[in-house]
Write a protein that binds this ligand. Structure first.
Ligand SMILES: *[C@@H]1O[C@H](CO)[C@@H](O)[C@H](O)[C@H]1NC(C)=O
Ligand SMILES: *[C@@H]1O[C@H](CO)[C@@H](O)[C@H](O)[C@H]1NC(C)=O
Length: 112
């Protein structure tokens, strides 16, 4: 391998390392006695992380849900299964962020 290619590869992998280490984490404390989906959308409102379409799960345990994704401007979206309330969208955020999800199926809150 030519020395020049070696340097290029080194720079390339260092770049990957920097990209990988620049991840954001959204932390959601979940205390909701219902089934929900929590996901992350990019600035174009495409889902980039979190619970997939139709993948509702119990969000009842008082627990911290950590969602990791590449650093970029993002929104956090929550939808509660069978709720009369619409999904809630918070953001845009451009750093790590923590939110709190609480309540019951028809009276829930999402504070960021
Ligand atoms: C965001 O969180 C990740 C993982 O928890 C951490 O590695 C990173 O340093 C944090 N970034 C900032 C800007 O605090
Ligand atoms: C979780 O929600 C229940 C019912 O609303 C409440 O009584 C309890 O204090 C909450 N726990 C935490 C840790 O917020």
């Amino acid at each position: 391998m030519k020395l020049q290619s070696f340097y290029l590869l080194t720079v390339f992998f260092m770049g990957l390392f920097v990209l990988k280490s620049q991840a954001y984490t959204a932390t959601i404390s979940e205390n909701l006695s219902a089934f929900c989906r929590v996901w992350i959308e990019d600035s174009n409102h495409f889902r980039i992380a979190g619970d997939g379409k139709g993948h509702y799960r119990g969000c009842g345990s008082v627990d911290f849900n950590h969602i990791d994704f590449n650093d970029q401007q993002y929104y956090i979206v929550v939808k509660v299964e069978g709720s009369t309330k619409e999904e809630k969208v918070r953001g845009p955020f451009d750093s790590n962020h923590s939110c709190s999800l609480y309540g019951e199926v028809d009276s829930w809150g999402f504070d960021c």
